[in-house]
Design a protein around this ligand. Structure first.
Ligand code: MLT
Ligand code: MN
Ligand code: ZN
Length: 306
């Protein structure tokens, strides 16, 4: 399967419109060795014809334009065969509303994420203007499915959602008690090659099941939001620790770099990187620590083959 990273940043992107932190200022001024990044989304295809997105970022229009295989092949057409959602956060769902131009959409999400996005959302009516505009396919953690190919063929992919410790989206906090279907990772297997991608862009802490999936993965895209647990607190930009925001930090003795080591059978990359994270700076000590441990930092436009 072919994997294209469309966006590699966490919510807000890099730089973030209202952020003047050292990283955001430096990347704007061009004084940092760091690349700007759009909000996290990847495109995946087994046959190069039908493409599936994982997450629909608010920057989806520009992300589609950035990658010619996602361009239409007829006056009204899209090679987008389906969109998988890891959770209901706006950096992962807002892009759905940007795809309102009368194109049928197949959306794969847990029932909880579907309800969180559709219920009480006046704007959702824009995806319900005709029968069949949005078709939701229910994801259940642990239950693998073969997504539908628009040409009626097999997509060549099998997707298994795995429950990952997470939270309801910020706009539903306090209104919904946390539940296992709030957040999932995906084990995406190419049925021809047998190769598997483990996609886990948001995870508060590892579980035994996730650890097993990481071990058998041929490529890993993991939550790289924060380097340090107290990253936002130390910068005076927030009050919550990484884990309280459902993000497992990279650094420190309990961090993913130390705990996971050279896990898996292939490439290991961090994605969903917050603009405050020092690994964005190519010459930082934290970036060197990541590289020395056998991990990479995803960037927009990167392609992977599994
Ligand atoms: C997160 O990853 O923690 C969320 O994107 C936060 C948010 O929605 O701003
Ligand atoms: Mn996010
Ligand atoms: Zn910033």
């Amino acid at each position: 399967m072919r994997i294209r990273v469309l966006g590699s940043a966490a919510g807000g992107g890099f730089p973030q419109w209202n952020c003047g932190c050292e990283n955001c200022r430096g990347v704007r001024l061009g004084t940092l060795s760091a690349e700007p990044r759009t909000q996290e989304s990847v495109a995946i295809s087994a046959d190069g014809e039908a493409w599936f997105l994982v997450n629909a970022s608010p920057e989806i229009r520009a992300q589609i334009e950035s990658f010619p295989p996602l361009h239409p092949r007829a006056p009204r057409h899209s090679p987008l065969a389906g969109i998988f959602l890891t959770n209901g956060d706006l950096d992962h769902c807002l892009g759905l509303l940007c795809l309102r131009e009368s194109q049928p959409l197949a959306i794969y999400a847990t029932e909880r994420v579907r309800r969180g996005f559709t219920q009480g959302n006046t704007l959702y009516a824009t995806l319900e203007r005709f029968a069949g505009q949005a078709t939701w396919h229910r994801l259940t953690p642990g239950e693998a499915l073969d997504p539908e190919h628009p040409a009626g063929r097999a997509s060549g992919l099998t997707v298994r959602p795995i429950a990952a410790p997470g939270q309801p989206p910020l706009h539903l906090r306090g209104r919904l008690a946390p539940a296992p279907e709030d957040n999932v990772g995906f084990e995406i297997r190419d049925r021809r090659t047998g190769g598997a991608l483990l996609y886990l862009s948001g995870v508060a802490a590892p579980t035994a099941e996730l650890r097993q999936a990481l071990e058998r993965a041929d490529c890993i895209l993991l939550d790289g939001t924060f380097w340090a647990s107290d990253e936002l607190i130390a910068l005076g930009l927030g009050e919550r620790r990484a884990e309280e925001m459902a993000h497992w930090p990279i650094g420190g003795p309990e961090g993913s770099l130390q705990v996971l080591g050279r896990i898996g059978r292939g490439r290991r990359l961090y994605i969903h990187i917050n603009n405050t994270n020092p690994i964005l700076r190519e010459d930082s000590a934290e970036r060197a620590a990541v590289s020395n441990a056998g991990w990479e930092v995803a960037r927009d436009g990167l392609e992977l083959e599994v």
